[in-house]
Design a protein. Structure first.
Length: 274
């Protein structure tokens, strides 16, 4: 890859008459320094089978392939095919897979590492897909600052949401480094951060219990800044059952959902009938 990544990217987009699509949240990483930091952070070995979610321009794809045994690069935008064929150089250890990752079974690729540059609109859905299909495989995702803010939020913070509770329950994660908006084209309005994900320190609940827990969490945030009992009642739970469960675990009747941590939500869900 050329050190003049941005110019080459713009030239290639023009050459192949590719129009970027806002609906896909396309912001292509072109900065060689940022790409090198990603490779170092992932600690990819020549024996690794990598799944890349969102191949985009193929710049990161090419460098991943230089370090891994095999790369399955998933891309939803079929218009990027000529660009990807050019930037990846038809490397024998790169498999281009066109389609929506949310329609795929990630485990079928048998990855040892998952890497991706995730847009805001589908970050939550992709994280859940990884957690449910390949939870034992370490993942590294580039995420917009807005998403990272929700990841790291604590109870009571304005950024603390149902997504915060779910991710803090389902993953162990660490913000590794920040990436400036100028490293992407088109340049996004906010910065990004590269984050590592792995299995949670506390084992996840059995599936049926987890599904109920998630329903309770999402219901508790349905009416933000309202009493949690009202929000859960609006979500379809019996108000009497909710009040009894809250009383049993020592919560005040007027508590709001955004003030509870993961453990409190797990206890609460355990005492609300399915």
């Amino acid at each position: 890859m050329s050190l003049n990544g941005l110019k080459d990217l713009k030239d290639d987009l023009q050459r192949f008459e590719i129009r970027l699509k806002k609906s896909f949240g396309q912001n292509f990483l072109h900065d060689p320094v940022a790409i090198d930091r990603i490779i170092d952070a992932c600690n990819i070995k020549h024996s690794d089978w990598v799944v890349e979610i969102g191949a985009g321009s193929g710049y990161l794809t090419s460098v991943l392939a230089m370090n891994a045994h095999q790369v399955a690069a998933i891309e939803i935008d079929t218009d990027l095919r000529p660009l990807l064929l050019k930037t990846t150089g038809l490397a024998s250890n790169i498999k281009l897979v066109f389609g929506d990752v949310l329609d795929m079974d990630l485990s079928s690729f048998k990855p040892t590492i998952v890497v991706g540059n995730l847009p805001y609109y589908c970050s939550s859905a992709i994280l859940r897909r990884w957690a449910n299909q390949t939870p034992d495989v370490p993942a590294f995702f580039m995420l917009p600052e807005d998403v990272v803010r929700h990841l790291l939020a604590s109870p009571g913070d304005p950024s603390y949401t149902a997504f915060s509770v779910y991710t803090q329950y389902a993953f162990s994660f660490k913000k590794l480094f920040e990436v400036h908006p100028s490293s992407f084209f088109p340049r996004p309005n906010v910065g990004s951060a590269f984050v590592s994900f792995s299995q949670p320190k506390t084992p996840r609940l059995p599936k049926q219990t987890e599904d109920h827990f998630i329903r309770v969490v999402e219901g508790a945030f349905m009416l933000r800044r309202k009493m949690m009992v009202n929000s859960l009642s609006e979500a379809g739970f019996d108000a009497g059952d909710v009040k009894s469960a809250m009383s049993f675990i020592g919560l005040e009747p007027n508590v709001r959902g955004e003030t509870l941590n993961v453990d409190q939500f797990k206890r609460l869900a355990g005492f609300i009938p399915h």
